[in-house]
Design a protein around this ligand. Structure first.
Ligand SMILES: Nc1ncnc2c1ncn2[C@@H]1O[C@H](COP(=O)(O)OP(=O)(O)OP(=O)(O)O)[C@@H](O)[C@H]1O
Length: 231
């Protein structure tokens, strides 16, 4: 579903991402760990087509991101660390607007269902997004991804700043999406959450993917020790 082949990004003489080879299949949740500046956001931005590769290529469903930037958009949803959207519109209105931009025409009942399956409390649906917490805004972002029927979900530091309950709800929602076949790539510093939610975990250092581990093969403590030895 998501594939990087020798994917490279250089800024001048600095190599932010060096020959990344990676495949993430339908229903997989891949968590990318690494210290600040390791190349995680660069990887996500290359899959999104926000930046051009200096070498190699990124593919979504076998389609080159660099060559077909417009076409791949219909398969993708991106949830940044802080979901911004329109603060003066309600959660429901934001969802209605962004799903209509993506070409979907849902009834109010369908839109409400997307918000509730994304974990947003019903009383918040008609409140302005400007008053939402970070976790609530993220849920609207997830609802938009679901409404768009995104096959691929890219998330940058999705649990940073979330309280433990919101973070736990986030894990459950990701697992429900993966069970429906969504391919998920998330960049995170949250080792515990990565172990809990991901099927595979990659550790990146100085632009190089150093190791890929199956989450079932390792405990959270072992993952933390391995991470600290690797970075
Ligand atoms: N536009 C840019 N111009 C120059 N260098 C850049 C640019 N964007 C990123 N870099 C560099 O590329 C490297 C990788 O950055 P990246 O943002 O991918 O790291 P990261 O793993 O996401 O870090 P963090 O955990 O802090 O978000 C860093 O050394 C960064 O300084």
């Amino acid at each position: 579903m998501l594939e990087a082949r020798e994917l490279t990004k250089r800024y001048g003489s600095h190599t932010a991402l060096n020959k990344l080879n990676l495949c993430i299949g339908a229903g997989e949740i891949f968590a990318l760990l690494g210290q600040n500046g390791a190349g995680k956001t660069t990887t996500i931005n290359l899959f999104l087509g926000f930046i051009e590769p200096s070498g190699g290529a990124a593919f979504i469903k076998g389609i080159s991101v660099a060559e077909h930037a417009q076409e791949i958009k219909k398969y993708l949803a991106y949830i940044p660390e802080t979901v911004m959207l329109y603060p003066n519109l309600t959660g429901l209105e934001n969802l209605a607007y962004f799903s209509s931009l993506a070409g979907f025409d849902y009834s109010a009942g369908e839109l409400r269902r997307f918000l509730s399956t994304s974990g947003l409390q019903a009383q918040a649906f008609d409140q302005r997004l400007g008053g939402y917490s970070k976790g609530m805004r993220q849920k609207v972002g997830i609802a938009i991804a679901v409404a768009k029927e995104a096959k691929v979900l890219l998330l940058d530091e999705p649990t940073s700043g979330l309280d433990p309950k919101a973070s736990n709800e986030f894990s459950q929602i990701m697992q429900a999406l993966s069970a429906k076949g969504t391919a998920i790539l998330m960049a995170t510093h949250d080792i515990f959450r990565a172990k809990e939610v991901a099927t595979r975990i990659g550790i990146m250092k100085e632009g190089v993917l150093q190791a890929v581990i199956k989450a079932d093969d390792i405990s959270a403590n072992e993952l933390e020790s391995f991470y600290l030895r690797t970075v």
